[in-house]
Design a protein. Structure first.
Length: 259
């Protein structure tokens, strides 16, 4: 399918690996020029070279912590005018409700709620002025069904979801669509970190922990960054102009809900 976005310019955050990289690669395959960001320059440059070689599109890189104001300002300056924004940041650590202090909550909210909001506030006016834009926020399946040990993520990402719900309806008349993608378990570093917690808690092997988690997913496997990226590219395409303010699960059926 021709996505109809060849020549558009996208900013993709946390794009050196995992789901962010999957989104960047899918957009590049659709002919989109990229500005990609991550904290580590080595992995970021390697990702950029891989994308350039595979798809022949222009890729600009900026290594910075997008959750900091200085990093965000530097990224926005490097990005300039963009048509597509994909927000993404690593999730906060798991734990029990007694484990977290106020500072822990502020850090989670900064990374997973206030950072994407700040990026949208900076870039939406330009999209509105040009009469076209796409925003995809990578959040979590926990927005639909809270995960007990991910209380920090549950709180921060639900706050972002509430902001998007109203904002998406305000900008839609201007040709700008905002939606959220809610990943379940995908074969990324985040999954490894969560599985390592199970290994430590239960005294089992990594293979056993992964098999145990996969058994809870109706698809009986972890998702891939490539299939996640394909959905991201579709939501950013010319074909998705009637999809507004939605929370789209990509979890292999793990969330047992009808709505």
């Amino acid at each position: 399918m021709d996505m109809g976005i060849k020549g558009k310019r996208a900013l993709v955050c946390a794009a050196s690996k995992g789901l962010g990289l999957g989104c960047a690669e899918a957009l590049a395959a659709a002919g989109v020029e990229l500005v990609i960001n991550a904290r580590g320059s080595e992995a970021l440059e390697a990702a950029a070279e891989r994308i350039r070689a595979a798809h022949g599109v222009k890729v600009t890189t900026l290594a910075a912590d997008v959750t900091s104001e200085a990093g965000r300002m530097a990224l926005l300056a490097a990005a300039g005018e963009v048509d597509i924004l994909v927000t993404n940041a690593g999730g906060p650590p798991p734990g029990l409700w007694l484990d977290w202090s106020r500072d822990d909550f502020i850090k989670a909210i900064d990374a997973n709620m206030l950072t994407p909001i700040a990026l949208m506030q900076a870039l939406l006016p330009g999209m509105i002025a040009r009469g076209w834009g796409r925003v995809v926020n990578i959040t979590s399946q926990s927005v639909k069904a809270p995960i007990a040990q991910l209380g920090l993520s549950n709180a921060a990402r639900t706050g972002l979801t509430g902001f998007v719900a109203g904002t998406a309806r305000q900008v839609a008349p201007h040709g700008v669509c905002i939606n959220n993608m809610l990943p379940g378990i995908h074969a990324t570093d985040r999954a490894i970190a969560l599985d390592q917690g199970v290994v430590a808690a239960q005294g089992i092997t990594m293979a056993q922990a992964q098999a145990q988690r996969a058994a809870t997913i109706p698809a009986r496997r972890y998702g891939t960054a490539a299939e996640f990226g394909a959905m991201c590219a579709f939501l950013c395409s010319q074909h998705a102009g009637f999809i507004v303010g939605q929370n789209i699960l990509l979890d292999g059926g793990a969330t047992n809900a009808t709505l």
